[in-house]
Design a protein around this ligand. Structure first.
Ligand code: NAD
Length: 478
């Protein structure tokens, strides 16, 4: 792969930041300096917005079929870049390269929305006598996506693909922890044939994000990240131009394992859910409620599954679990494990072996913990799993404990009893529920998003296009 790209992407060209400011990116595995990345300041944000205004008009003058053709070309380029993107994510946030097929997965998202780009239309009606009424669906114009670091290429696709399918221009603000994969794929935007300004890429931390969320000319903003930042963005929108905001936020996802569950499947899925991407996944199943009748076998099975985890350099093919993204994430995980040691019992886990593996933790199981403990109520965003025992047969108590959380992103239930599965799925307060499966990557056609403090609005599928379109009702007397 060529040299690591670190510049902004404005109007289909790489651009140095106006004020020359940069921030360092360190290797998640060994802490060494990888690159200094451009920070977008006020002048760069203005340049991106102005260019996006021009680009959006050119883009919206194309037909839906023409827009779809460009998007499909981008999907193909993205798919071809999968290995390069994985290598860069491995450097920045520590995901093992051979577990990273974000390029291929995201190409499917781009192709799905290319299909929808050909079908963006409203409705007409003759229901009002003397009138022909028309409902148009129109793009907002200049929009923005602010993304986190844990699945950068996927988050980029979830925002940019529906935004441009709807005819908008979009400014993407990458995360300060993992900007390199998106910086690398920026040039594919021009290669695919997007007109200048349709997709702009800015780097920087919260300050750059705040410039965007306060901007008067950005009419729509879709954010993925922590609940606290989501609150700040909603406030910035309220205090500026009341831009339309979609929020995809944090979670503390519960899983219930009943006595009649397929235990091997439940163990395999729960082990994957909390160790994949080192637990740095919004839908990671981090609170387990296991029936007393199978509790001991379940915990033992999980410990055995975790013993098979291979820690190491994310660039190595033998590594199955990488480090936490950086020092900050690693000290958060360490602090929560400390709480677990004080308030409960750490059955397995802690810091991974190896002096050069600075930010790595084993998947960690904590039991015998009160429901009120911070490890049980707060999002760790790391490989820390709390397991509770339950005994009630009527599901009432266990459901109450599952739902007693500010979050409502994801949940799962394991049972062979179909009636119970449906009853529990209906009662769980979450945007998605897995039945006898856990942390499935969302199918392209299902809406994804959170209840309660896990978010506002939906991404993915046909519902993922709606938030990028305005309605316009035209009343025509005839
Ligand atoms: P974060 O909130 O710290 O940062 C997310 C993005 O917001 C970054 O690009 C950051 O620079 C930017 N930002 C920070 N302060 C800002 C401000 N004041 N104004 C505007 N932008 C600002 O989150 P993170 O640590 O990058 O990601 C982890 C969080 O994301 C977890 O809580 C996780 O659950 C959540 N997440 C949710 C989903 C979902 O789909 N619901 C998916 C992935 C991650």
């Amino acid at each position: 792969m060529s040299q690591i790209e670190t510049r902004l992407w404005i109007n289909n060209e790489y651009a140095a930041p106006h004020n020359g400011e940069t921030f360092p990116i360190y290797n998640a595995f060994d802490g060494s300096l990888v690159a200094d990345v451009a920070v977008a300041g006020p002048e760069d944000v203005e340049a991106a917005v102005q260019g996006a205004e021009v680009g959006q008009k050119v883009w919206f003058d194309l037909s839906g079929v023409e827009r779809a053709t460009v998007m499909r070309r981008f999907a193909n380029l993205l798919r071809d870049a999968t290995k390069d993107l994985a290598r860069l994510d491995g450097l920045t946030m520590g995901r093992p390269v051979h577990t990273n097929d974000e390029g291929t997965r995201s190409a499917a998202t781009w192709e799905y929305y290319a299909g929808l780009a050909e079908h963006v239309h409203g409705t007409s009606s003759l229901l009002c006598p003397g009138y022909v009424n028309i409902n148009l669906r129109q793009p907002f114009g200049v929009t923005c996506g602010i993304i986190p670091w844990n699945l950068p290429v996927g988050a980029f696709a979830f925002k940019a693909a529906p935004a441009v399918a709807a005819g908008n221009a979009i400014i993407i603000k990458t995360s300060e922890k993992a900007p390199l994969a998106i910086a690398h794929l920026s040039k594919l935007i021009a290669q695919a044939g997007f007109p200048p300004g349709v997709i702009q890429i800015l780097h920087g931390a919260g300050k750059t994000g705040a410039l965007l969320s306060e901007h008067m000319k950005i009419r729509k903003l879709s954010f993925t990240g922590s609940t606290n930042t989501g609150r700040a963005i909603l406030r910035a929108s309220a205090d500026s131009n009341l831009k339309n905001v979609t929020l995809e936020l944090g979670g503390k996802s519960p899983t219930i394992v009943f006595e009649d569950a397929d235990l091997d499947q439940a163990i395999k899925d729960c082990a994957f859910s909390i160790s994949f991407n080192s637990g740095q996944v919004c839908i990671a199943s981090s609170r387990l409620y296991v029936h007393a009748g199978v509790y001991d076998s379940f915990v033992q099975g999980l410990v055995e599954a975790f013993k098979g985890v291979e820690h190491g350099n994310p660039q190595s093919e033998s590594t199955t679990m990488g480090p936490q993204a950086d020092k900050a994430q690693s000290s958060i995980v360490s602090n929560y494990i400390e709480v677990g040691l004080k308030e409960g019992k750490v059955v397995y886990g802690g810091k991974a072996d190896g002096d050069d593996n600075v930010n790595a933790f084993k998947p960690t199981i904590i039991t015998d913990l009160p429901d009120s403990s911070a490890v049980n109520t707060e999002e760790v965003f790391g490989p820390v799993l709390v397991i509770h025992k339950f005994t009630d047969e009527q599901e009432v108590e266990v459901l109450k404990r599952c739902n007693d959380s500010p979050y409502g992103l994801y949940s799962a239930v394991y049972t062979k009893n179909f009636d119970r599965a449906m009853r529990v799925a209906k009662a769980l307060e979450a945007g998605s529920v897995g039945v006898n499966c856990n942390s499935p990557f969302t199918a392209n056609d299902l809406p994804f998003g959170g209840w309660k403090a896990s978010g506002i609005g939906r991404e993915n599928g046909p519902n993922g296009l709606d938030p990028w379109l305005e309605y316009k009702s035209i009343y025509m007397r005839v």
